[in-house]
Ligand binder design. Structure first.
Ligand SMILES: CC(C)(COP(=O)(O)OP(=O)(O)OC[C@H]1O[C@@H](n2cnc3c(N)ncnc32)[C@H](O)[C@@H]1OP(=O)(O)O)[C@@H](O)C(=O)NCCC(=O)NCCS
Length: 210
């Protein structure tokens, strides 16, 4: 059973990372597939994410998951708030009975150097050294992951990562908590994004009271 990491944040909020080593049949026997996913590995990742929800809370009602227009999965009665991420052979989920949550996992790859202009804003670029912007795949991935976690926590879509999300990256590499801010329509909220490194894998997550 390749549980890779598990954390009980408190009695009502739990997260876990699964290293996917099973075949699809292992997950499909206990997890319903609600959307058609043609790519086999993406389907496996999707299954593993959903599997974790019930792994964390055995009464999690898979069958009641709805998908918003923004693609965010949710439960209408909000008995649980949850967020899912997958990357390579890993899936992660955070589930809470009383907090709004967001999660992201990433493995740094060179591609981030090419897309950084889409999510790094001027304020963040000022903190980064020119060398970081050219070569620091890990630091850029950390900022990307933090913004993905914010985006998922928010859940309503239509977020401009450059203009609406701001990450305080001074000392980000050595920190376990990063301050970040979302400004969207009338919302202006500061959040604490938690950060963990597992060799190459980066985990970011957040939880805030509802
Ligand atoms: C969809 C998105 C949230 C994550 O997609 P991804 O790269 O596959 O990343 P992850 O594996 O970490 O997350 C996928 C999970 O996020 C969840 N998700 C999807 N849309 C979501 C949303 N709007 N809000 C919250 N969670 C969402 C789903 O649970 C999904 O997994 P599932 O379909 O198996 O249930 C992200 O790519 C996205 O849309 N980002 C914002 C738009 C953007 O890219 N802006 C430009 C900046 S460069």
């Amino acid at each position: 059973m390749p549980l890779f990491y598990q954390q009980h944040i408190n009695q009502n909020t739990r997260l876990a990372i699964w290293k996917i080593e099973e075949s699809e049949e292992f997950f499909s026997s206990s997890v319903p597939l609600q959307t058609k996913i043609t790519h086999p590995h993406k389907r496996l990742q999707h299954f593993a994410g959903r599997y974790l929800l019930r792994f964390l809370f055995p009464d999690f009602p898979h069958e009641s998951i709805l998908i918003a227009d923004t693609k965010k999965p949710f439960l209408e009665n909000e008995t649980y708030h949850f967020s899912i991420s997958h990357c390579g052979d890993y899936a992660a989920a955070i589930v809470s009975k009383n907090f709004h949550v967001g999660i992201d996992i990433e493995i740094p790859v060179e591609k981030i150097l090419k897309i950084q202009h889409k999510f790094i804003n001027e304020k963040e670029a000022l903190f980064l050294k020119q060398e970081d912007l050219l070569t620091n795949i890990e630091k850029l991935t950390l900022i990307w992951s933090t913004k993905e976690t914010l985006f998922k926590w928010y859940g309503l879509g239509n977020v401009d990562f450059k203009r609406m999300l701001n990450v305080d990256i001074s000392n980000a590499e050595s920190l376990q908590i990063i301050s970040a801010e979302i400004r969207h329509n009338s919302l202006n909220k500061k959040l604490q994004i938690h950060l963990k490194h597992f060799n190459k894998l980066i985990l970011t997550y957040t939880f805030t009271s509802v």
